[in-house]
Design a protein around this ligand. Structure first.
Ligand code: FMN
Length: 203
């Protein structure tokens, strides 16, 4: 049972500035689950609604909302995967069909589409905001107790595949966020030694 979320704050409402040890612990231990281990149950309609609301609560220079979501579940997801299978046969590359397992097995996929708007805000910043939406969605799903994984794979870059999804000119797939319940707990992966990635500008 997922605890209910606070309602969306009203515009201009004063919001808490407070420490959140639970969030820090979550960030220290969260880990994506392998997509092919994800099974039912997936978020129900109410949980998905909450997840998308949380995913869209991101930094967004210019308040352009330069992204959108396409939900793939049930028969719709199966039909999309079947169309991709057809494409992989046309391409004559059997490795493409094999890669569809990550999309076919999890019960729910949310495609985060980068949809830059004509504006003075650099497109780069609009693309970054779409990446943050993917991260927020991934983390929110994990915080809700589901397993989740952010992938792209060939069908994010194939012109025919993204046309099947319904992407418009200028739009790109930022990620497929696959969500379900992992059959086994994810194991920690190698992490970079952060000290080696940090310099202090000498002035
Ligand atoms: C933009 C992006 C695209 C990715 N695409 C793939 C992919 O196509 N296939 C894959 O196996 N992993 C892909 N990954 C990596 C997975 O998300 C991987 O499981 C993740 O690095 C696990 O890290 P975490 O446990 O810290 O969440 C991608 C990651 C990012 C950020």
């Amino acid at each position: 049972m997922t605890p209910s979320l606070p309602p969306a704050p009203a515009f201009g409402a004063a919001l808490p500035v407070a420490s959140s040890p639970e969030v820090l612990k979550f960030l220290a231990l969260r880990r994506s689950a392998s997509a092919v281990t994800l099974t039912e149950p997936a978020p129900d309609a109410g949980q998905l609604h909450d997840l998308l609301r949380l995913a869209a609560r991101v930094p967004d220079h210019g308040k352009l909302a330069p992204w959108r979501f396409i939900v793939l579940e049930g028969a719709g997801k199966a039909a999309f995967a079947a169309r991709l299978e057809g494409l992989s046969q046309d391409r004559g590359d059997p490795t493409l069909a094999a890669k569809l397992a990550k999309l076919k097995i999890p019960p729910l996929a949310v495609v985060v589409v980068s949809s830059p708007k004509p504006a003075s805000i650099p497109e780069w910043e609009q693309l970054l905001s779409a990446g943050v939406v993917c991260t927020n969605l991934l983390y929110a799903a994990q915080a809700m107790g589901f397993g989740a994984n952010w992938i792209t794979d060939w069908y994010s870059y194939d012109a025919d595949a993204v046309a099947i999804l319904g992407l418009q000119a200028g739009e790109r797939v930022a990620g497929f966020v696959l969500i379900g319940t992992p059959r086994e707990p994810p194991l920690e992966r190698e992490r970079p030694a952060v000290a080696g990635l940090v310099t202090y500008w000498p002035g």
